[in-house]
Design a protein around this ligand. Structure first.
Ligand code: GLC
Length: 718
């Protein structure tokens, strides 16, 4: 009994398996710098990379695909190299490994952190079965500018939703592999939405908007952070001791490690803050960037600086220990190959379909006919009659995978056309016409599309962006439908056949014409392998849409950046006052606000009560509201609670999301919903740049989105 207990304790104590201090003491300077070196492979390690592993000059590789390719390299590391230190194997498993789930922006529309945790867990399990032990996800950058392509990879514009999603994805991934919160920090503030551009972020906005999701990831135990390409007011994130040392380690107590993004260490030269590769490496390493991805500067250029004491050896040792501790935490010293079995494919696809269904946002759903004696809303569709399915994305197997789909295969994708056809009985005629390409200028395909629409009771148009029109290096200077898709939409609408517009896109689009002329609009983002089934589930009402926008949809590009949690200004918009903050030519309001989404039923709110009415900073205020399903079918509402700090020592946003809850109600059912807000979460950075919760009146709004809701207030007392 005692022996087995001791054995269990011994095996369970990873530190006993490897005394890292003694290992560090045996390492040469070259081997230490080797642990800080990370290179990309091209599916499998090159002979040169295998030689670097043998020489102890690589701490990890990424883009080595499959256990058949990771195992031989790991074997070299743990048997041939002098110190037998195992390797990290990284990969960008952003929203799925082979089974591709909705893009993160789409998944954030679910307002369901449990769903995000589930898909991250599944993706991590699948990736681990293919030799991966470290993903460069979740991307947690807040994005307020839809021109920026990487808005697709994050959770939108709100730090509260973004923080919950970040923590959920870290928990999910790290059940099997290491996660990486990226890109630290402020990447989403790229000026003019232009990729990799400079940012001008005040420290207050950095603290209150861009940093919270990273803090949430750190608090969730994320193993690593990735330092970003961008500068912050002239100080590049990958050479920024305030970020990667002061905030991350001294304030937050982060014990993991920081890896640079791609060649961002070398790019310090382009930024103009380093005059040589060695200087760039010194700047990054001493700022707190532990691992140098892809530029090979640490391993090639820093030994001389260490020997001349331009870099203290303790800086190198600290970075090396963080990497070694990470490898120990991952169990690599004990089990370097980490053989794993992937979840069964049907289970993965069922998760993909469920979460995709929750990610769909119904933006508009009105009757297609005209006149008073009119008809029911256009959706859900009946499964009878002739249905036209039109558009370049209607039967496209590649684009639903989105901009970064790792090992995802187009062959795995169920298209919208396939999803619709699998839903309807044989007697129902489905007529397909592509109508136009994604970006081409030809309208030659319009005739067939018009003919299809004319013979149908409804035309489902599947339009939007190519997957690679968002994601990295994919900023757009316009937010319309590419190519001649808008012309196709207008031509089909002109036939008089009711149109259901299904959108596939990685960012908010400008939808002015569609919003005014098309009776039904469904935002599906890029939903992954189950895109077609999930979309058909919603179109035919087998799933009642419950998605809500995690990002604002502007009316026109000229409004951008446009986000809900803005400050009030000294002259808040007033249509009756010329001298107020607004435009001459468009309203200041968005076309679709943050948090917006419709259902096939309706919900009513009543009886909002707050208690206590007077609270201290250490208290929690509970809002209780009655939500009623006032429609004719079961549905899920995302009850949202926003707060406004009426008067502060610093101007505060007009609304900030502080709680939400998905609530499923049967027709006619009413339920008292309680949402809690701890006053300590109402902090902001005061005039002295320290976090503070100030006494005063707080308004509370509880409702279906950031532009509506019941209002009450409470007092925060000293
Ligand atoms: C890319 C991206 C980053 C990714 C890394 C490795 O440039 O910015 O998100 O994780 O390189 O692929």
């Amino acid at each position: 009994m005692l022996r087995s207990l001791l054995l269990t304790l011994l095996l369970a104590t990873p530190a006993a398996a490897q005394n890292l201090d003694s290992l560090l003491a045996r390492m040469t300077l070259e081997e230490k710098l080797g642990q800080l070196n990370l290179l990309s492979a091209n599916g499998q390690a090159s002979p040169q990379q295998m030689q670097l592993v043998r020489a102890g000059k690589l701490g990890g590789l990424f883009n080595v695909i499959g256990a058949e390719n990771t195992t031989p390299v790991q074997r070299i590391a743990v048997t041939d190299s002098r110190l037998k230190i195992p390797l990290l194997f990284g990969l960008d498993v952003i929203h799925g490994y082979r089974t591709i789930f909705p893009i993160p922006l789409g998944e954030a529309s679910s307002f369901d952190p449990d769903a995000a945790e589930a898909t991250a867990r599944a993706a991590g399990q699948e990736a681990a079965a293919f030799g991966i032990n470290w993903t460069y996800a979740p991307m947690v950058d807040i994005a307020r500018d839809p021109r920026w392509g990487r808005i697709a990879e994050g959770s939108g514009e709100d730090p509260y939703l973004g923080s919950l999603m970040a923590a959920a994805r870290v928990r999910g991934f790290q059940q099997s592999i290491f996660a990486t919160a990226k890109h630290f920090a402020g990447y989403g503030a790229a000026e003019a939405g232009r990729e990799y551009n400079e940012t001008e972020i005040s420290q207050r906005t950095m603290r209150e908007v861009y940093l919270p999701p990273f803090k949430a990831a750190v608090d969730a135990g994320v193993a690593s952070l990735m330092s970003a390409f961008n500068d912050i007011a002239g100080v590049p994130a990958s050479g920024n001791a305030w970020l990667t040392d002061t905030v991350l380690r001294r304030e937050w107590g982060f014990k993991g490690f920081v890896v640079s993004d791609w060649t961002s260490v070398a790019e310090l030269i382009n930024h103009g803050v380093a005059g040589s590769q060695a200087e760039a490496g010194r700047r990054a390493l001493t700022a707190g960037v532990d691992m140098d991805m892809q530029s090979s500067i640490y391993v090639d250029s820093l030994a001389a600086l260490v020997r001349s004491n331009r870099i203290p050896i303790r800086v190198v040792d600290s970075a090396v220990m963080r990497i070694l501790r990470a490898k120990q935490r991952l169990g690599l010293f004990r089990d370097p190959y980490r053989a794993r079995t992937a979840p069964a494919n049907p289970e993965l696809r069922a998760t993909a379909r469920r979460v995709a269904g929750e990610s769909i946002v119904l933006l508009k759903n009105e009757p297609a006919g005209r006149g008073a004696a009119c008809c029911a809303p256009t959706l859900p569709l009946a499964k009878s009659g002739t249905i036209a399915v039109i558009g370049p994305l209607a039967d496209n197997k590649e684009e639903p995978l989105g901009p970064w789909h790792t090992q995802g295969q187009a062959a795995d994708v169920v298209t919208v056309l396939q999803g619709i056809m699998s839903k309807v009985p044989a007697a129902t005629q489905v007529v397909y016409a592509q109508g136009a390409g994604m970006e081409d200028t030809s309208t030659a395909g319009f005739a067939a599309a018009l003919a299809a629409a004319r013979q149908a009771k409804v035309a489902v148009l599947v339009l939007g962006e190519r997957g690679d029109m968002s994601g990295e290096a994919a900023s757009r200077s316009s937010l319309g439908l590419p190519g001649v898709q808008q012309e196709l939409l207008e031509a089909i609408a002109a036939t008089g056949t009711p149109v259901v517009l299904v959108l596939m896109n990685g960012r908010p689009l400008i939808l002015e014409w569609a919003s005014d002329h098309v009776p039904a609009i469904v935002e599906t983002w890029f939903l992954g392998v189950e895109a077609g089934n999930a979309t058909a589930d919603v179109l035919f009402g087998d799933v009642n849409p419950s998605g809500r926008l995690p990002v604002t949809f502007p009316r026109v590009l000229g409004q951008v950046p446009l986000y809900y949690n803005h400050r009030n200004t000294g002259r808040p918009p007033d249509v009756h006052n010329k001298y107020s903050s607004k435009y001459l030519d468009v309203p200041v309001t968005p076309r679709y606000p943050f948090g917006f989404g419709l259902s096939y039923t309706t919900f009513a709110y009543g009886n909002l009560k707050l208690s206590p009415a007077r609270a201290r900073a250490s208290d929690t205020v509970t809002a209780i509201v009655t939500v009623t399903n006032s429609g004719s079918r079961e549905g899920t509402e995302v009850v949202q609670l926003y707060v406004r700090d009426e008067v502060g020592s610093v101007s505060r946003p007009v609304r900030e999301l502080k709680a939400f809850r998905r609530v499923t109600l049967k027709p006619g059912e009413s339920r008292a919903i309680d949402l809690r807000v701890a006053l300590r979460d109402l902090w902001f950075y005061g005039l002295d740049m320290k976090p503070v919760v100030e006494p005063g009146t707080f308004r509370v709004y509880v409702g279906p989105n950031s532009a509506e809701g019941l209002e009450a207030s409470f007092e925060c007392i000293p």
